[in-house]
Ligand binder design. Structure first.
Ligand code: 48F
Length: 257
């Protein structure tokens, strides 16, 4: 059989169009395919919820690939090890109560499990705005990352979601957009993004799970951005909090859907 480039192009264009059109209306739209967003998507998809993740970069995985200072190992604590076990990520005990995992194996396995559970991941798409109706966040405004990077004057498209999850990490980009543009007060002490505090793993890992909650009507904070929004320390290359935050957010949303 001779290979035909036109057939290859047509197959890709048709399949992607179908996938994107189908994602224009979902139960949960997650912004950011870091560890927290992907774990959240995995648990929601396992409960048969329709989930799309929009990721700015070419690759998924956010800050997990590089472990600590580019040493590609991550640490998780006892409480979170069960999530890696469930996903099939190998862990090795190091100090008592601390487990190591290869960060490349962690990212690739979490992503694979999320996609196989039914999550649709759209890389190279940036969220530049939100859709708000009746004072509730109910969708996202998307543009190609290439358009954003080249600063081209190209209008975005819009998709609808029953819930939106901000899983954009330290930047808390969706919450910042809501603060800047909507007039809706965030459910924080100040009504605004509180900002993350200096490194303190022990406190940060706890607060991140507590802060994984609704940040504005229709908008949930998940992963590092939960501490950025509600105020809590960063925690460095320990990733248990990200996994637990992703699972907690999924559990709350599964009940609300
Ligand atoms: O930063 P990231 O990995 O967030 P996370 O899942 O995990 C945090 C840890 O990696 C680490 C840490 C551990 O102690 O503190 O930082 O909370 O992943 C966030 C993803 O969101 C994407 C970004 O490219 C990254 O992959 N992202 C950020 N803003 C946007 C976005 C946006 N506006 N649109 C689409 N994707």
């Amino acid at each position: 059989m001779k290979l035909d480039e036109i057939k290859i192009s047509k197959a890709i264009i048709e399949a992607y169009n179908k996938k994107l059109i189908d994602a224009l209306q979902v139960d949960v739209a997650i912004v950011g395919a870091g560890p927290a967003g992907m774990v959240c998507g995995y648990y929601l998809a396992k409960k048969n919820k329709k989930v799309a993740i929009f990721e700015r970069k070419l690759s998924v995985g956010g800050g997990m690939w590089g472990g600590g200072i580019m040493f590609n190992e991550i640490v998780v604590q006892e409480k979170a090890k069960g999530i890696l076990d469930e996903l099939g990520v190998n862990t090795r005990a190091c100090e008592k109560g601390y487990y190591l995992a290869d960060s490349v194996e962690s990212v690739s396995t979490i992503c694979s499990k999320a996609v196989k559970a039914g999550v649709k991941v759209f890389n190279l798409l940036s969220v530049e705005d939100v859709m708000i109706r009746k004072n509730r966040i109910c969708g996202l405004v998307l543009n190609w990352t290439a358009v954003e990077m080249a600063r081209l004057h190209v209008d975005p498209i819009t998709m609808a979601a029953r819930f939106v999850v901000d899983a954009t990490g330290h930047a808390a980009e969706v919450a910042h957009i809501v603060e800047r543009k909507s007039g809706i007060a965030l459910k924080t002490k100040t009504g605004k993004v509180m900002g993350e505090q200096s490194m303190w793993a022990d406190v940060g890992e706890d607060t991140i799970v507590r802060n994984s909650k609704e940040a504005a009507p229709g908008l949930y904070a998940c992963g590092m951005c939960a501490n950025a929004i509600f105020g809590g320390p960063r925690m460095g290359p320990i990733f248990g909090g990200m996994l637990l935050s992703g699972r907690k957010t999924a559990e709350i949303l599964a009940k609300r859907l």
